[in-house]
Design a protein around this ligand. Sequence first.
Ligand SMILES: *Cc1c(COP(=O)(O)O)cnc(C)c1O
Length: 383
Amino acid sequence: MSTAPVPPTIPVMLPWLGEEEAQAAAEAVRSGWVAQGPRVAEFERAFAEHLGAPHAVAVSSCTTALHLALIGAGVGPGDEVVVPSLSFIATANAVTYLGAVPVFADVDAETGNLTAGTVEPLLTARTRAVIAVDQGGVPVDLDGIGELVEPRGITVVEDAACGAGSVYRGRPVGADAAIAAYSFHPRKLLTTGEGGMVTCQDGELAARLRRLREHGMSVSAADRHTAGGASLPETYDEIGFNYRMTDIQAAIGLVQLRRLPEMVARRRELAGRYRELLAGTGTGARLVADPAHGTTNYQSCWLLPADGAPERTELLARLAAAGVSARRGIMAAHLEAPYKGTARVPLPATELLTRRSLILPLFHALTEQQQDRVVEALRTALG
Ligand SMILES: *Cc1c(COP(=O)(O)O)cnc(C)c1O
């Protein structure tokens, strides 16, 4: 009696790392400079140039990038910051770190993003900032939200954690934001293991963020090294943090940044193929798509099953049994313990997407054969 071999489970995401990244990390180690140094500075220059943004400040994660960005936006205790509940919880937590209050706005059900229309009812005299997230890589309509809130003196911080490689009105996501924050966690496209970046338009703000990531020191360790070991006296003018990126991470980031266009092209090709294959299943499931104002990098390739499809827990179980590792869709912070009961308005689109949507396997090395297996498993699971 023989049993058919069970093919290995298809993961939902795999970072695309190669020998070049390994080599670059090894070179940083051999150089003896492993903490924040010349490679971090080079990565910042390369990232700013890639975006066409004037300033980029590398940090340890997007969570720390958001924390610094909100300080830069002047957010403090008692202030309100409008955020989408439909986001990784770090978006809301960064607000809470400052003693400010995250105020949850609903999203557009097509894009999963805030709009001027969902933000407007939540603005109060205490609103200091709005965090506009490019959820799953889908560019948010930054101009629409900016036109609503900026005349009221409210800053828009772009949470572009998922957005490297996406395009908004013909320019890289975040390029023209007052302040934007990026993630280099392996769940995103471009990875440094852990890592993040803040970009901004204002040079003085960038200089302040550089100090804040390094304990508020007026002279960085790298500056001191460049000065040839001369003892530059430093001051500590405000309370900062240790939010530095290492040179080992930056070395990997420099290689990954060069690969980014190829990563985006492959993901868009695979997402396009999913769309065609799914249309052929007749299940009525809707796949996330480019919005009118830009293109997504498909960091998350999510799908909303048609009304009447089985519950998501059941769908995920059926997919897992078929060797397909899908995931629940984006979380909603207002349903988690720290923020339960705090939503001021109903969030119907958020609750629909977080309860019903699921994320399909999509990664650079995904093969067409694996994709066919995913779609076949979906057809069976949804049917
Ligand atoms: C991943 C993610 C973060 C957190 O990024 P880290 O680099 O892991 O801190 C924040 N916001 C959004 C929207 C994310 O997807």
